[in-house]
Design a protein around this ligand. Structure first.
Ligand code: FNR
Length: 188
């Protein structure tokens, strides 16, 4: 059985290091994980005024999550928290009331920054949000990636064997987490 993983890149930057990280993660992931990006780029800003009739971009977002067995968040840290574009996407997905797309979904969080905190504070913020959204988060291992340009090629190739093995281990644990959650709570 293959698990479908929908992944979010929390950056809109054309030179995003987190997009590079997402490629590196996919490259070392177990073979029975299949990945598709869930784009956050074209979503309008969320308002409850849309709840009666979601626009196509937001319907597409919710359909993409519904088609996923699990979600992976690969995010930068902005001002010690979650980038607004990503928070906006989560707000869309969590609504309308009673139709929260993240309910019980297996989820994992990771991120890269040039600094040594490696998005730790953004991840804490994101974990609190996902907790409220009732996602089943992988709590360990944590992964705070200090992005070294020398180590990562744009296509996601990782030069350092140590980093590559760390990311491989992270994705192997995520696969186990997905299986454990879905055994108890199958996606309908
Ligand atoms: C940042 N950056 C940043 N880095 C960090 O470690 N902690 C922070 O709080 C912030 N805050 C922040 C705010 C804003 C508005 C920007 C644009 C940047 C730097 C950030 O880590 C760096 O730009 C990364 O390259 C962002 O990731 P992407 O977009 O390249 O994936």
């Amino acid at each position: 059985m293959t698990y479908q993983v929908g992944y979010f890149v929390g950056s809109l930057s054309s030179r995003s290091i987190n997009r590079v990280l997402s490629k590196a993660l996919i490259a070392v992931a177990p073979d029975d994980l299949a990945f598709s990006e869930i784009s956050i780029r074209d979503l309008p800003l969320y308002s409850p005024d849309y709840d009666e009739d979601y626009p196509p971009q937001a319907r597409g977002l919710k359909e993409a999550i519904a088609a996923s067995d699990a979600v992976l968040f690969v995010t930068p840290e902005y001002n010690r928290s979650i980038p607004g574009a990503l928070k906006n996407a989560i707000d869309w997905a969590s609504r309308p009331y009673g139709k929260n797309s993240f309910d019980h979904i297996p989820a994992a969080v990771i991120g890269a920054s040039p600094g040594s905190l490696g998005t730790a504070l953004a991840q804490q913020s994101l974990r609190a949000v996902l907790s409220f959204c009732n996602a089943r988060q992988m709590t360990a291992p944590e992964a705070y990636v200090q992005f070294d340009q020398e180590d990562f090629s744009d296509d996601g190739t990782v030069g350092s064997e140590r980093t590559r093995e760390f990311l491989r281990g992270y994705m192997a644990e995520f696969r186990e987490h997905i299986q454990r959650v879905l055994t108890v709570l199958p996606r309908t």
